[in-house]
Every structure is written in C-alpha cells, then in structure tokens.
Design a protein around this ligand. Structure first.
Ligand SMILES: O=c1ccn([C@@H]2O[C@H](COP(=O)(O)O)[C@@H](O)[C@H]2O)c(=O)[nH]1
Length: 278
C-alpha cells in the first residue's frame, strides 16, 4: 500500500509544492456573484474543482464553511471531496479535530476509513488533549495510507501563549508536539505521513523541525500577511518539507477559471522561488 507521505511526495514533485484551500467565506460568495446559501456554496466549490483539481498537489476544504449550512452543507463537502479525488488532487480536510482517544477513534473512522462518505487523504488535528490522544487517527491513517497534520505553531497571534509555553522538561508545548510527530515518522523513506501545521506568519521561533521528516503545512500566506519569502525565515533548513497553503489570496481571483489558475500559478512560482533558493 502506498502511504500518504509517498503520494504527497509524488504530487509535490509532479504538480509543485502548493496547497490551495477552499474557504467559501460569505464575503467571497458575494464577491463571486453567488448567494450565501447552499446553492452558492455548491457553485463556488464546483468552480474551484474545475479550475484547480487537475493541477494543484493538495486542495484543503475548510470544514467550518460547509458545516455552517448544516446537513446540506456537509453534503456539498462530500461531493466536493469526491470531485477533487476524481480530478487527481490530494484532499486535506481542515477540520482540526481532537478529543479523548475513544472519541478520536470515531473522528478517525469519519475521515480516514475508506468506506466513509467523508473519506479524505489527510486531516488536520488538534493536540491539546495530548498528542497521543490522537493515536486512533495515527493508527487508522497508517492502516489505510492516510495522513494527519497536527497543529504545532499556528499562524494566528493568539496561538503563541499556549504553544510557546515552556513545560517542566524545558521544552515548549510546540516542541513536544514536534518531537512526538518526528517519532511517528521514524523510518519513513521519502516523506512521512504525519505532518505539522506551522504558520508562515510566525517568524524565527527557534523551534527545531529538523527531525520531523514529514510535511510541514504552512498556512498564513497572502490574506494573513505572510509572503513566500517569509518561509525561509520560519523553516530554515527544513524548507524541503514545506507545503505552502493559500486560501483567500487565490480565491479572490475567482470566479473566472483562468484567473483562478493564474493566481495559483503565481502563488506556486513565488513559493518555488523561496523554497528553491535554499
Ligand atoms: O495555523 C493555522 C491553521 C489553519 N489555518 C487555516 O488555513 C486557512 C487560511 O486561510 P487564508 O485565507 O489563506 O488566510 C483557513 O482555513 C484557516 O482556518 C490557518 O490559517 N492557520
């Protein structure tokens, strides 16, 4: 069985290191001339799939923007996931789940069991009930070739107070998360299947990412103010593992399909220039 890390490595080689988020903000639906309802949501997603599904390595639907429409919104998420998989991009569902282990097992079956309607290649997860409370996700991902991206150093300014707090062993909370994920990726050949979320906005925090051997999802580019050049400061020697992620910056170019493609192409070129300059 091919692992998520292997599939991601190949997708990044073939399509370039870029993740584009599907974040149908109410303001974006209006800007695209769509109604802020399930019909608008569906049209928005169909356009993004048509524009980017066959050319971007990873597409990251943000679950919150679907959940806000209830069951019908989740049905759009389901069909968007299916369309993305058919178009060849990997699907990373940004859902940031975390709970006690027995409940995490249910989240794992919801997203990482191939028989689930919401089955995706990888999910984001929150480690704040303890990294190993996420073990059922790690185990199901390993069984079915899925991936899990765990929050480490998030792009929002509020994250630092929790994530950079120092524990009894002298490590920050974030470094403890980083070290646990590095353990899970031990022995990975190309790229491990367990990744971290590290915001492109955070500057040089002195955290050691060198042993992770897994993908480093970098949100915060564009709308949150970080530029591709910031990736060099944040990631240093770990740049080869970085998967830059843009949502609004690219989506603002819609609804024209060619304009969306051009925006994604520009984002990829900027990131390549920053990543390859290492
Ligand atoms: O630290 C994090 C973790 C996740 N996100 C998510 O990424 C996108 C960012 O959207 P932009 O429009 O590119 O700002 C969004 O879905 C966030 O929930 C993050 O920003 N930071």
């Amino acid at each position: 069985m091919e692992t998520f890390g292997d599939r991601l490595h190949r997708a990044m080689e073939q399509r370039g290191p870029l993740c584009v988020g599907i974040d149908p903000h109410p303001g974006l639906l209006t800007r695209w001339g769509l109604t802020d309802d399930v019909d608008g949501l569906e049209r928005f997603c169909r356009t993004v799939v048509e524009a980017l599904g066959d050319r971007v390595a990873v597409v990251k639907p943000q679950s919150a923007f679907f959940e806000r429409f209830g069951a019908r919104g989740v049905a759009v998420l389901e069909s968007t996931i299916r369309q993305l998989r058919d178009s060849g991009s990997l699907v990373l569902l940004d859902v940031k789940r975390g709970d006690i282990g027995s409940t995490v097992a249910a989240y794992a079956s919801a997203y990482l069991d191939p028989s689930s309607p919401l089955y995706v290649d990888a999910v984001t997860a929150s480690p704040y009930l303890g990294v190993m409370s996420l073990a059922p996700m790690f185990e199901l991902a390993a069984t079915h070739g899925g991936g899990v991206f765990v929050l480490a150093l998030t792009s929002n300014p509020e994250g630092a107070a929790v994530q950079r707090a120092v524990g009894a062993d002298g490590r920050t909370v974030a470094q403890a998360v980083i070290d646990e994920i590095a353990q899970l990726n031990r022995g990975a050949q190309t790229l491990g299947s367990f990744g971290l979320v590290v915001g492109a906005t955070i500057g040089d925090t002195g955290h050691d990412l060198s042993a992770v051997r897994g993908p480093l999802l970098a949100p915060g580019l564009g709308a949150q103010g970080a530029t591709a050049a910031d990736l060099r400061t944040v990631f240093g020697a770990s740049l080869p593992w970085v998967l830059p992620s843009y949502s609004r910056e690219v989506l603002h170019a819609g609804p024209d399909v060619a304009a969306l493609r051009a925006a994604a192409q520009r984002a990829l070129a900027d990131c390549r220039a920053a990543l390859d300059g290492s």
